[in-house]
Design a protein around this ligand. Sequence first.
Ligand code: ADP
Ligand code: ZN
Length: 220
Amino acid sequence: MSCAEPRLVLLGRQGAGKGTQSNRLADHFGVMHVSTGDMFRTQAAQGTAFGLEAKRYMDAGDLVPDEIVVGVIEESMVPGGPLGGGFVLDGFPRTLHQARELDRVIAGFPLHLVIDLDVPREIVFDRIAGRRVCENCQRVYHVNLPPTHNWACDTCSGRVRQRDDDTEEAVERRLELYERETVPIVEYYRERGLLTLVDGVGEGDEVFERLVKVCLEQFS
Ligand code: ADP
Ligand code: ZN
């Protein structure tokens, strides 16, 4: 691979498997996984003022306002961190404005690839209904594939539970916002020659292999 520190963005509907797959990709390529959703959940669990504010939007299925999200990205995208070392960005950008802001924030460290992880709407509903997440490390499970012991996370022993924003109404709202706010970004990246579509339907391992393959094709 000629690209030692890949800088990737993963787009995809809620429940497409972005969180799980971007974590695995980051591990695989030895770069940082940067997830705005995880950052907000961690802050909310710690009860910081900032986290609690973000949680109000999240639980309603709304987007957290751009100023807040862009601020968080600006703080984490530093040359000594993900900027210089490479990253898989998960959950950001989510609006056209955020995509433009990202270009500004990472100026000098352009993206190598944007992957649209494609899973049809009908399928993501089922996945989200069964989704369970570790409160502590955010590892994602499913009711059909729970942790080994009594809903304690296999990685960190944290409590594995349903996310507060995985209610039916909030999910409906997030999917609607995805079509309206996030789909236009796909076009933005396609015009820049950065976009690749990957089929997100199938077993996790199978999808992961597809993802690694498109990355290697792009980087070598
Ligand atoms: P999902 O993809 O299932 O919505 P995430 O963990 O990516 O899960 O995000 C959870 C919530 O965090 C979102 O519904 C939204 O409220 C907030 N959020 C995360 N990233 C962003 C973003 N880039 N812009 C606005 N809100 C965001
Ligand atoms: Zn955990």
